[in-house]
Design a protein around this ligand. Sequence first.
Ligand SMILES: Cc1cc2nc3c(=O)[nH]c(=O)nc-3n(C[C@H](O)[C@H](O)[C@H](O)COP(=O)(O)O)c2cc1C
Length: 322
Amino acid sequence: MRTRLTEILKIEHPVMLAGMGGVSYHQVVAAVSEAGGFGCLGASTMGHEEMVGEIEKVRGLTDRPFGVDLLTAAPQDLQAKVQDIIDGGASVFVAGLGIPAEVVDQCHSQDVLVVNMCGKVSHAVRAVEAGCDVVVAQGTEAGGHTGQVATMALVPQVVDAVGAQVPVVAAGGLFDGRGLAAALSLGADGIWVGTRFIATPEARAVAGYKDRLLAGAEDATTVTRAYTGKTCRVIRNSYTDEFAASGGTPEPFPGQVLKSMGDGANHLGCDADEPGIDPDREFMPAGQGMGAIDELVPAADLVRQFVAEAEAVLDRVATLRG
Ligand SMILES: Cc1cc2nc3c(=O)[nH]c(=O)nc-3n(C[C@H](O)[C@H](O)[C@H](O)COP(=O)(O)O)c2cc1C
């Protein structure tokens, strides 16, 4: 399956692991890249030194391309962090929550591509104007920080707006090869998958997170500002219910992150052995695809399954033409 995305990223399969804060650490990143997809570290929950160490560990496990994701809105020293990403050997910098205009030239002059997460057409247009090389059109179904437009509506509109200039990657609610086939049919060049990869043995997750993901139905998520101050899709629990019932006025980002940490409800980035996790209050970002996920599957197998299933779907659809 060759697309503009596989060409530009120099990968085999048009399947990207989302750079999920708290989840996408070196084990799952290396497994996805090694399987021919594109692994992306979620560095938003990492300290500076931890990020550098995680990049080194990925490099130790695979020679294949990988990326690093940071939130544009969060770090004060974005240029220094991006330089460490480049020096560590990543081939892509992914920016969430804002357009990373100030680091585009820095990346390009050192042969690193810039990818931007977008939830609206206007955002994608501005990202391309700022020089970004790929846009991810992320629909509201997605786990984590999310907008209001659904993937099915967003992806073709972003393709129409910027697809002639840059590859467009679809995200939000995509959990198997049907989603990959659908994304390609909408004009996307590949997919960026988060929630499905949380349910892998390699993903990092606090105690109870993977169990809740496997157990929950498609309506088990809610969009809340309770954990970060920005709209974020998470597994609904008593902490999100209480926040909603209280009228739900958050501290502006990132103040609410500190508030939820102080409440003992936000350990994103901690390991499975972190003590004191209450799954009924804990920050567990997840997308609406979670109802379809009922077993842990090794990340490399998932990459291969996405492609094999998509090929079967596209073959089946082709037969409908008679
Ligand atoms: C646990 C979790 C953490 C996330 N953290 C980030 C992040 O730090 N930066 C970012 O750009 N996107 C983040 N996202 C959003 C993902 O990049 C991706 O767009 C989303 O997971 C796709 O939808 P899906 O979960 O339905 O596959 C996160 C998503 C999840 C589920």
